[in-house]
Design a protein around this ligand. Sequence first.
Ligand code: TPP
Length: 577
Amino acid sequence: MSKKVADVLWDMLANAGVKRCYGIVGDALNPVIDALRRNGRIEFIHVRNEEYGAFAAVAESYLTGDPVAVCGTAGPGVVHLFNGLMDARKEGAAVIAIAGDVETSLIDTSALEEINPYKFFDTASLYTGRLVNPEQARAIIQTAILTAVTEKGPTVISIPGDVASADADARPTRITIPAPAVLRPSDADLNRLVEMIDEAKTVAIFGGDGCRDARDEVVGLAKRLKAPVGYAYRGKQWLEHDNPNAVGMTGLLGYGGAYDAIHEAELLLLLGTDFPFSEFLPNGRVKKVQIDKNPKHIGRRTAVDLGLVGDIKATVTALLTRVGEKSDAAFLEKHVAGTKSFHELLQHYVVKGPEIKPIRPEFLAATLSEVAADDAMFFVDTGTACIWMARHVNGGRNRRIFGSFAWASMANAAPYAFGAQLAYPGRQTIAMCGDGGFTMLGLGDLLTQIERKVPVVQIILNNGSLDFVNIEQQEAGMLPFGVEFKNPNFARVAEAMGAKGIRIEEPGDVREGLAEALAHKGGPVVVDAVVDPLALSLPSHSPFHTVKGFTLSMAKQVLSGRMGQVIQTVERNVRLV
Ligand SMILES: Cc1ncc(C[n+]2csc(CCOP(=O)(O)OP(=O)(O)O)c2C)c(N)n1
């Protein structure tokens, strides 16, 4: 049988390192999937919702660095992919979407399930190609793959069924993937930076995911400059562990001395970070230098005094050959001490945890951090889980922590964990899910995990509410509205579906319940952790309007007869400070 266009597609994707394609089959996509079956080198992961597959692909690609494919059929199928593709765009994952398209004879006729792929994918996709003629195939597929891999983001190949099953052009379809280029700033800019460092009495560092391959270099620079190191969520896993200069995170989830360190330093080095909360970054007297391989990141969150385009490893390596050692450690010691006392404060609900019911999420997360393996992979849902993971789960050289930190979608953790487990079979994989998030997307595709017997542990923070929004509303001085719901017993639901279910209601059962979940190897586990819905959390540095808003909300609740809840909330949380 002669090669079809769809055969060329999977050949090229497999040659580029794609190992899996997540999605759902159907009409326009059928000839494409038939070719995947014939090809045999790429595993098809049949999910129950395309969005779940797209999130799984994001995690797989983020962790492995390889491109990963997803597919959805024309119209509704590709629409379901979209949220995951936005996540890939924001989190920087090479996801290639194979989008079913209507027959070429129907294009632009408002046919059933027709969607204009250029318009629809425009916001998410770095490149969208519509394959309407077999002769375009090599160029479109090549461009989609190389763009995804080198620019680290999603691309789309829209393919009508009739073109997929047409005979392929006979020309060769080899593809080569270049290793990442090394990017270093000019000597002039590096010298300017060295001057600024030499002039500054005190230096602080704030790093993000750009420090991924440069951990040792950044920690080495911090040691040399006696600089405290704060980090964005995406930098935590690289810069926190085994780093005596670590001072935690700033922002809404913040903890430690990071906020003070970056505001009190004479010079702040922003390394590989696009931290979006400008209000938590210093203005005024602090001089700022930003280094990033993506020039679009420079100066967009806060005005900087010097911007350098380069990858962090190459740039810091070059810097280390030029900067001298600073001798005064007082600034560093002050902020490390501040971090230590903040940490002690944070331990309040961890230490008291065994006696408090409903279970405090701080205690749950800290216990999880203790019982999890040194190379565990943690995934976190957008919601309060992000707070507890940031503050109470410790990273480690071989641990991974990943969330929808830049896109902030709900329901990301369970599919992330699924994709990660497929990429690293047998490695401990933990998703900390909101009950809103898990019921939004995780529950249906728990069936996929069960069928594949993947040992993913999903811990559901069963607080009966969209708690993060509950906090947001209170901080804005509103009355909580639209945030409560009723949950089933998730452990029993999981058991009925065929997974292992563990319900934890008693604080005394937390350690044992988590250990049992992590020891289960035969398939997925759902831990239904009934946690305190009133475990609200104010940011480490609460701007005045936040505290005022919170107080106002309390006042409104009192006036509306919710006094009991107010007393409970205040009573439970004021003990923290
Ligand atoms: C798809 C999506 N819808 C809505 C939001 C807005 N949002 C952010 S956090 C959150 C609440 C999450 O609730 P839940 O999953 O129950 O976790 P909790 O905060 O209670 O731990 C909502 C609604 C979002 N980020 N993503």
